[in-house]
Design a protein around this ligand. Structure first.
Ligand SMILES: [Fe+2]
Length: 167
């Protein structure tokens, strides 16, 4: 019985994280469109490919676990998604490299936290495949967060250049 509860909770979490990744794909598209710097755009493009695969892995786990749609999407994550969608809309208007970088950095850490939790829940529910997907996806998010963190000066330079200010 406890195991069945864990399983149901796990399905809910897999669906939540899947929805998160779908939203991240949209965010990455918005960021790619509002980034002029070719090197940064390439980093974003690569992560979009990674995110597509992450999304697919989660979709496979959702199917394997017998989950359906997004009917049980948690309130917390929904609120985050709405906030993110708003953030993505802001990006279209603002086109500010540091804002893009900040939002991308926050999003990667939101994903890292989601995968830390998903991995542990999956292990407790005895689902090692989902735990492995969570670990794999998290490693990619951590690498992306590091790539962003390695470029703070570049983001600032780009923003200042746009504003016509020398840093
Ligand atoms: Fe990511």
């Amino acid at each position: 019985m406890a195991q069945e509860h864990l399983r149901r909770k796990l399905i809910e979490y897999v669906q939540n994280v899947h929805a998160l990744e779908q939203n991240v794909l949209l965010m990455l598209d918005a960021m790619i469109l509002t980034t002029d710097d070719e090197e940064i755009r390439e980093i974003l493009r690569q992560h979009k490919e990674e995110t597509r695969l992450q999304e697919q892995r989660l979709a496979e786990r959702r199917t394997a676990l017998g989950g359906v749609g997004l009917a049980s999407m948690g309130k917390d994550l929904s609120a985050i998604l709405v906030a993110q969608a708003k953030g993505a809309a802001d990006l279209w208007r603002s086109d500010k490299p540091v804002q893009n970088a900040r939002d991308a950095f926050v999003t990667e850490h939101l994903e890292i936290a989601a995968y830390e939790i998903l991995e542990r829940l999956a292990e407790r529910a005895g689902d090692h495949e989902t735990a492995e997907v969570a670990r794999m996806n998290r490693a990619e998010e951590e690498a992306m967060a590091q790539r962003i963190a390695a470029n703070w000066d570049r983001f600032l330079d780009l923003t200042l250049a746009k504003a016509g200010v020398r840093g």
